[in-house]
Design a protein around this ligand. Structure first.
Ligand code: NGO
Length: 523
């Protein structure tokens, strides 16, 4: 009795719950509005919670997009609630998704929750989708399970008004060092969507493997894709596979950014076509993890015919705006050749209607107008190198920040981490979160900072469990750096919100690193 009273008091103290029509149901305080990751721009708790019940429907206006988001939400909620949750355009008690003019931008939303329902309002479908991710986190973690759970399914009362700090919030998966299937990529996409990440960068080629079918150069995938680190069988995406990844990502409001890394990191291509080599001799396939030993032949015309074909075919598969051309660690290309190569290749990206992204070494050449550079240096990268990047930013090059000693998800957490590398240092959860993209590169105009991206290089990463362990719990922190206003940044508050995500990961089957820096709930 004391316990029942205690929990009722707790619920009453949370200002959250009126004893309702079904007294037999277990009482629980709903997740507080202030527990969301990434932290919303503004949260005003208050009023009664909404309870999803057997009679809840999901109301939408007439648009196809709102209906699509509503169906996605219904698919999320049906297995664990066991409710029918029809999607309807009729007025109905329950959850409503509304597209309406308002100060929401391309991705923002407002979520209003009270006794009679939850309404998500946005100016664009992506905003509705992100609002749905917030609603998801307001529900108990058990909502993520794929079998019927007891509930109750309470959503705390109040209002969340939210929009992202940065338009570019990315995650990269290196599918070259180890190949990951379409199903594995989809699984990662679903994890990214939960944290409102909106860019999926796929590192599709490197020394160890070429992973995308190119009809005009079929040996790239057929032969160049047949290896991976450690000598496994590799693999590649057919065009249909790749379209399916793009379609699935789009259904989660992620844009796919394909990368063909050039002129270095090209052994898989050089092994597939002898003619691409300056000496006309194809090297063997490579299954090690060294970098910097390969280069396309800058002086041969066939190199540019090859790049033109690859970019044309890849651009045709890409509804997104960007095409990433790599450009890192071209240690086997002279500086003059590097500049010549980039001067010839960047216009090919524009020729096929796409915008260039390159690793930040591109700023040592002549980044074309509109190009973005992805910074992957360290806190202690030389002042000269940082100055080169900052100067490009001052001249209009946009920046995506991926500092390797902060957000490389392949870095070990501690010396004892079984997976990963440590060339950039050890990156515990606090270190990964505790920096500000807005003032990271002194002198870079704030308008040049387009966002952040967390790369997951896969020299040591093979399975879903490996991905989970390296991405969680660091990935949500990078997502928060990209989404949340700088004013919300506070490690001590963040670590509590982060800890509260753990039951959700358990329910989703995500196998995370239990960092001692985070006050995890007992298992
Ligand atoms: C570097 C290198 C990659 C490695 C990665 C491993 C960049 C941009 N180039 O990052 O080839 O896989 O480190 O951490």
């Amino acid at each position: 009795m004391a316990r029942v009273l205690g929990s009722l008091l707790l619920v009453a103290a949370a200002g959250a719950f009126t004893v309702g029509a079904t007294p037999a149901a277990p009482r629980a305080a709903p997740n507080p509005l202030a527990r969301i990751v990434p932290a919303p721009a503004s949260v005003t708790p208050g009023g009664s919670p909404y309870r999803i019940t057997r009679s809840t429907a999901i109301g939408v206006d007439g648009s196809r997009e709102a209906r699509g988001v509503a169906e996605y939400l219904a698919d999320l909620l049906r297995p664990s609630t066991g409710y029918r949750l029809p999607v309807t355009t009729q007025r109905h008690e329950g959850i409503r998704l509304r597209l309406a003019d308002g100060p929401f931008g391309a991705e923002g939303y407002r979520l209003d929750s009270g006794r009679d329902g939850v309404t998500i309002t946005a100016a664009a479908p992506a905003g509705l989708f992100h609002g749905v991710q917030t609603l998801r986190q307001l529900l108990p973690a058990a909502v993520e399970k794929d079998s019927v759970q007891p509930g109750p399914w309470l959503v705390a009362g109040g209002t969340v008004t939210d929009r992202p700090r940065y338009a570019y919030r990315g995650a990269m998966l290196d599918v070259s060092r180890h190949f990951f299937t379409v199903a594995q990529v989809k699984r990662y996409i679903d994890q990214l969507a939960l944290y409102k990440i909106n860019e999926l960068h796929l590192h599709l080629s490197d020394d160890q493997g070429w992973r995308i079918a190119v009809d005009s150069w079929p040996r790239l995938a057929a032969y160049g894709g047949s290896a991976q680190v450690g000598g496994g069988t590799g693999g590649h995406y057919t065009k249909a596979d790749y379209r399916e990844i793009v379609r699935y990502a789009a259904s989660r409001y992620l844009e796919v950014v394909p990368e063909i890394d050039m002129p270095g990191h090209t052994n898989a291509a050089l092994a597939s076509y002898a003619g691409l080599n300056c000496d006309g001799t194809a090297p063997p396939l490579y299954t090690g993890t060294d970098v910097g030993f390969s280069s396309l032949c800058v002086s041969k015309q066939v190199t540019y015919d090859f790049v033109d074909d690859v970019i044309r075919e890849l651009a045709a598969l890409t509804p997104g705006r960007y095409l990433h051309i790599g450009g890192d660690e071209a240690h086997s290309t002279s500086h003059a050749d590097y500049v010549t190569f980039m001067d010839r290749v960047q216009p090919l990206v524009a020729k096929y209607g796409k915008t260039v992204i390159g690793w930040h070494q591109l700023t040592g050449a002549h980044p074309v107008k509109g190009a973005l550079a992805q910074y992957w240096g360290l806190d202690d990268t030389s002042a000269d190198e940082k100055a080169q990047v900052v100067k490009a930013a001052q001249n209009g090059t946009g920046l995506i920040l991926s500092p390797a000693d902060r957000v490389y998800l392949d870095m070990k957490y501690t010396e004892d981490t079984p997976l990963g590398q440590d060339w950039a240092g050890l990156v515990e959860v606090k270190r990964s979160y505790d920096w500000d993209p807005g003032n990271y590169l002194a002198g870079a105009p704030s308008s040049s900072i387009r966002g952040v991206e967390a790369p997951l290089w896969t020299e040591t990463i093979v399975t879903n469990a490996d991905i989970d362990y390296m991405a969680f719990p660091r990935l949500p922190g990078v997502a928060e750096l990209g989404w949340s206003p700088a004013a919300t940044h506070d490690w001590n508050a963040y670590k509590v919100r982060l800890a509260a995500q753990a039951p959700r990961w358990d329910a989703l089957g995500i196998d995370y690193y239990r960092s001692p820096q985070v006050p995890w709930p007992a298992k």
